[in-house]
Design a binder for this molecule. Structure first.
Ligand code: GLU
Length: 455
């Protein structure tokens, strides 16, 4: 079965690594099946939604390598939601309620006191036309509830009504609709809660699979009932575990710290972020994947753990270094060219330094060391040794063997070995006491630069 999936963020802030996890799960699921991926911007809350956030989401997905096959905005689709609401009203499945939040709270408290579950008692269904008219004359506006199919003929005599679904992550799930309140679909100010627009769109865009965070598990049974009331077959659902911060708190769009934009600006590679976002909290090893195809080959929704997964930004550092170390030179050719590394030198340079980078940006300092500006560090006690070493520098052309041949000669001439031999040379050549293998760096630095640094 192919798949049509969606990622449905509301553009009310920047997306974070947890949202990216949902987006990637969907995108990878579609990629594995040659399916399509819809970005649905849930912007029915016009007051809180902003175009700049919508654009930010598109940019963040693009950075992660996700290009939606289709982008839709709910704010352009109100006519469809109104039409669906009308259909439900006509069928008697969406009914007006006039209770205020206070009244509802008092009723819930009374039910709890009597040992009953605090579900809505459907009193509004008992109102006569005249009573409704009187309430409206008082200035009350209704909110609208969906009548759950949890009764045979009398809505005040609820019966067990199991809704079951085979969750892609959680396996067989079952919820008794009798234990739930009729959900409010429309607020008294006429605005929609998320539920109905989401279902109307899932039907209209022919979603085959809904993959989302487990904070939505509790909504699913009600949503399945509404899909059916609208005459549609519900999609397959999958609810994955959520990410928390390292200290266990939920991630929020408002916090900003773990936003994709912040991680991008911090210089992480997109595949570092994508690999961690997908593989954390699963039974698979967290390893850097070279691209989304490799990640798709690895990814399996049934490997997702049930417990929330703690996201520690420190994990990104090790993963990023690992990814860069494994990255072939042709993948960074453009970025190296932009730093001024000549095309013919780039592969050898990358080979030399890629294992010594935390972030790609670190490559610039190594290029400077290879290409020009080095302040050699030569300790007073090493001065003569360095001058002696310079005398043994072989003629060019140089290759990967030059360093070994040169240091063997210097060793024979000076009697120095080990660290006493190599460290003064490293500090003179690079100005640093650590870094890539000198056997690789030396031919890149070249004889002229080397001699200048040993002078
Ligand atoms: N806009 C909803 C959210 O961000 C979408 C939920 C869903 O995938 O159904 O939570």
């Amino acid at each position: 079965m192919t798949a049509t999936v969606r990622f449905a963020p509301s553009p009310t802030g920047q997306i974070h690594i947890g949202n990216a996890r949902t987006a990637l799960f969907n995108a990878l699921y579609a990629r594995q099946r040659g399916g399509s991926f819809v970005l649905r911007l849930d912007d029915t809350d016009v007051a809180r939604s902003r175009e700049e956030y919508a654009e930010g989401i598109i940019r963040d997905l693009d950075w992660l390598g996700i290009v939606p096959d289709r982008i839709e905005r709910q704010s352009k689709r109100f006519a469809l939601y109104d039409e669906a609401a009308e259909r439900l009203k006509k069928a008697g499945l969406l009914y007006p309620c006039y209770e205020t939040p206070d009244e509802l709270e008092r009723r819930r408290a009374r039910r709890r006191a009597r040992g009953l579950p605090p579900v809505y008692d459907r009193s509004a269904l008992k109102l006569s036309d005249a009573e409704r008219a009187a309430l409206e004359a008082e200035g009350r506006k209704p909110h609208w509830r969906f009548l759950l199919p949890n009764f045979e003929t009398d809505p005040f005599e609820t019966t067990r009504a199991e809704i079951t679904w085979d969750d892609l992550c959680r396996g067989e799930q079952s919820v008794d609709l009798a234990s739930l309140s009729d959900p409010v679909l429309l607020r008294e100010d006429g605005t929609y809660l998320y539920t109905l627009p989401s279902i109307v769109d899932d039907i209209d865009f022919a979603m085959t699979h809904v993959i989302r965070g487990e904070d939505h598990v509790a909504n699913t049974a009600v949503q399945i009932a509404i899909f059916k009331a609208l005459g549609a077959t519900p999609p397959v659902f999958g609810h994955h575990n959520l990410l928390t911060t390292a200290s266990g708190e939920g991630l929020s769009k408002r916090s900003g710290a773990l936003s994709i934009a912040a991680l991008r600006e911090a210089g992480y590679e997109p595949m570092t972020v994508a690999s961690l976002a997908v593989l954390i909290g699963t039974s698979d090893a967290v390893e850097p994947m070279a691209d989304l195809d490799a990640l798709a080959a690895q990814f399996d929704l049934s490997h997702v753990s049930r417990a929330p997964a703690r996201f520690d930004p420190a994990d990104l550092d090790a993963l990023n270094a690992h990814l860069l170390r494994d990255m072939p030179a042709d993948k960074v050719a453009d970025r190296l060219a932009a730093l001024g590394v000549p095309g013919e030198t780039a592969p050898a340079f990358w080979e030399a330094v890629s294992g010594n980078l935390a972030k790609f940006a670190d490559v610039e300092a190594w290029w400077r060391i290879v290409d020009s500006e080095v302040v050699p560090v030569i300790e007073a006690e090493d001065r003569d040794f360095i001058l002696e070493a310079a005398k043994h520098l072989p003629p060019e052309p140089w290759d990967g063997e030059t360093w070994k041949a040169w240091t063997a000669e210097v060793k024979a001439a000076t009697g120095r070995k080990g660290k006493g031999l190599f460290m003064p040379l490293r500090k003179a050549l690079t100005g640093l006491d650590h870094g890539p293998e000198l056997a690789r760096l030396l031919p890149l630095i070249g004889r002229r630069n080397t001699l200048a640094r040993l002078a």
